[in-house]
Write a protein that binds this ligand. Structure first.
Ligand code: ZN
Ligand code: ZN
Length: 309
């Protein structure tokens, strides 16, 4: 399907339903104890313990576990498959990838989906609270995003599709997402002792949660852009040179333009490791129907970024 085949007036997320009077700006920011203490305890043990146990070996443990969970889990599992359905795959692949995504330590699958969808919806509204677009200073945004939640006074309705709403596996992960670090920690402990746990769990979570927030901050504040979403209160930006460490997620201007594309680095110089993995998996018949911008309906509100004024 080419762009011209169908024009949709606006990108529409089927899980978010606008109801009369709902808006994205009447809100309060409240401290979220679980999320906050989870991060603080991981950061304390990770940074202090990491300082005393640093070695080439522990660095390798950190890099390997971080790469696997961010690439297969966060980017390919949670974001490109679970949230956006940007490619098809066998069910066990989806379950494995979403499990790896839970291991990133941000939230359970439904929690991730809700946070993503609400932010995404808010950013497309004409007016939205500064929380959604990371529009306050770096320090206060760090506090907001990592230690707090936003409570909308008039939220839209969020409804899960039946296929995932009825999944026992996802409900289990949602309830026990923090505990999923335990089996990993045990394996790391048996293989390499406490220092492997510090680097492969505590420091990895600290880096992943901080990195996820930092990329979100820059991807909505500064960078390069090819597309402008008319009428949206928040635009996305591409952050150069971050393709490798973000698994391709840094091409956020592209993502705002083509949310359901499995390809994030659209231009040839936009490095997208997640896409490389998908192409390899396609050859192995593990995934198929990878969507690119050309497969998505054109959006009337999407214009090249230099013509919008
Ligand atoms: Zn965004
Ligand atoms: Zn997304």
């Amino acid at each position: 399907m080419r762009h011209s085949d169908s024009i949709s007036p606006d990108y529409h997320n089927p899980r978010i339903v606008n109801i009369t009077g709902c808006n994205a700006y009447d809100a309060t920011i409240v401290w979220a104890p679980t999320k906050s203490l989870w991060f603080v305890s991981m950061a304390l043990v990770g940074i202090l313990g990491g300082y005393y146990t640093a070695s080439i070996e522990t660095l390798v443990v950190f890099l390997v576990t971080t790469t696997i969970t961010l690439c297969f889990g966060h980017s390919l599992g949670m974001h490109r498959r679970f949230i956006h359905h940007s490619y098809e795959c066998k069910k066990w692949v989806e379950y494995l990838f979403v499990y790896l995504g839970v291991l990133v330590g941000l939230a359970g699958p439904f929690g991730m989906m809700y946070t993503h969808d609400l932010r995404d919806w808010a950013q497309r509204q004409k007016k939205s609270h500064a929380y959604f677009g990371h529009k306050s200073s770096l320090l206060s945004d760090f506090f907001w995003q990592i230690h707090c939640d936003i409570e909308l006074k008039h939220p839209p309705v969020f409804k899960l599709d039946a296929s995932i709403r009825n999944s026992k596996f996802y409900h289990y992960l949602e309830k026990y997402w923090m505990f999923q670090q335990a089996p990993i920690a045990l394996v790391l402990y048996l293989l390499g002792g406490i220092e492997w746990v510090i680097w492969g769990v505590c420091l990895r979570l600290t880096a992943s949660i901080t990195g996820h927030w930092l990329i979100g901050y820059f991807a909505h504040n500064k960078g390069q852009s090819d597309w402008h979403v008319k009428g949206a209160s928040v635009q996305g930006f591409n952050i150069k040179f971050c393709g490798l460490i973000t698994m391709g997620e840094c091409w956020h201007n592209n993502h705002h333009a083509f949310p359901d594309s499995a390809l994030l680095g659209i231009k040839s110089n936009q490095v997208d490791p997640g896409w490389w993995v998908l192409q390899l998996m396609e050859k192995l018949d593990l995934v198929w129907e990878l969507k690119t911008p050309d497969d998505l309906p054109a959006r009337a509100e999407l214009v090249p970024s230099d013509t919008h004024h």
